[in-house]
Structure formats: C-alpha cells, structure tokens
Design a binder for this molecule. Structure first.
Ligand SMILES: [Zn+2]
Length: 204
C-alpha cells in the first residue's frame, strides 16, 4: 500500500503541515468527524476529483462512532488477543499445508505447549544458532547449556543432546514407548505421535 504522500503527491506539496498525524487534521463535532486540512494554495478545478479521492481514503480511517484509538488484533472479530483464538487461527492456516500441523494442533497438549511446538517446527526458538542466523552477536556461551560441547541448535537442545535424550528415554520407559534418536524435531513429533496412538498413552 502506498503512503498518502505517494498516492497524492500534489496534495502533499501544497499541504501546510506535512508531517503531522492524520488525527491532527480533524476533530469530532457533535458526533461527526470534521476534517481541517489547510493548503497553501487553492486547488484547481481539475484537481477537485483528486481531492475527493483523497478524502475518501482518509474517511476509511475514521470510526463511525467517536472513541479513543486502541490496538485491535486482526486475528479475532472482537479484536482482543487470546491464546485460544491464536491457536484456532494457526490451525486454520496449517490445514492446507504439511500434515505435521495436524500433529501440532492435535489438542492433546495445552495451547501454550502446542504453540511452543509450532514455534519449534518453524525454527522460532531463540537458541544460539538461530540468534546468530538473525545477527544477534552478543552471545556469551554459544554451546549447549546442558552438555557444553555442541552448538545449541533446536534439534540438539530438544533431541540430540545426551542430557536431554536421557529425559526422553525416561519418559519412553514410563510409557513403554520404543523410540530411536530422530533426525530432527519434526521426525520426533511424527514418531512420538504414532507411538502414542498405538500405545494409547493419552488414555492412561
Ligand atoms: Zn547438549
């Protein structure tokens, strides 16, 4: 979307206050929003249609009823953020893509856990390798905090680290699940899910 300056360059040139906020160019008067946009010189007749287009764009930004500006989350019709709505939105986004999302949003885990797994699959966990990829340089300890000998990648810190794998093995023993070290977290999810279904762990 172009800025107002780019969409209406002529009006920008003749406007007197070029860098004020939109809200500074009008006010509510008896429940009706009135614009007060001053120009250095009057527009020519052939420019009136441009002015009309300009006002119609501005009017789209004006609420029907007078109220204070507030943040509104576009993920839900009521405009308020909630973890539940966020998960529903993500679940809808994932339906047409990789079947892995069916496992992520299986409703087996609480929403915040499912959201964490969603971040893991998207490589959005702030481990040191991901931070370095994104240009974060001030990392005191780039190695894994558990074993302190491998670099801290998502796959390492959640699957391949010897310390972490001992935790997985302990749970595997509790739930009598057979699992080998997976290639990555995605494969771990797939194997774990199939084992859970087969062993019906979620019913115990
Ligand atoms: Zn480690």
């Amino acid at each position: 979307m172009n800025s107002l300056k780019d969409s209406f360059p002529r009006i920008f040139v003749v406007a007197t206050r070029k860098f004020d906020k939109i809200s500074d160019f009008g006010r509510w008067h008896h429940g009706v929003w009135e614009w007060n946009i001053q120009l250095r010189i009057p527009l020519f007749d052939w420019e009136k249609s441009t002015w009309s287009d300009f006002l119609s764009v501005l009017n789209k930004a004006v609420s029907i009823f007078p109220s204070k500006d507030r943040l509104k989350w576009s993920g839900a019709s009521h405009g308020r953020y909630s973890m539940k709505d966020y998960c529903i939105k993500l679940e809808c986004c994932g339906k047409s893509k990789d079947p892995i999302w069916r496992l992520v949003w299986f409703k087996f885990a609480p929403p915040k856990v499912a959201t964490f797994v969603w971040k893991v699959v998207h490589q959005r966990i702030p481990v040191t390798t991901e931070l370095q990829k994104r240009g974060v340089r001030s990392i005191d300890q780039p190695e894994c905090v558990f074993c302190k000998c491998e670099s801290e990648s998502i796959s390492h810190v959640l699957c391949h680290c010897g310390v972490v794998w001992q935790v997985w093995q302990r749970w595997c023993k509790v739930w009598t699940v057979n699992i080998v070290i997976p290639k990555n977290v995605k494969q771990l999810l797939q194997v774990w899910f199939s084992q859970i279904i087969r062993k019906r762990v979620y019913r115990t």
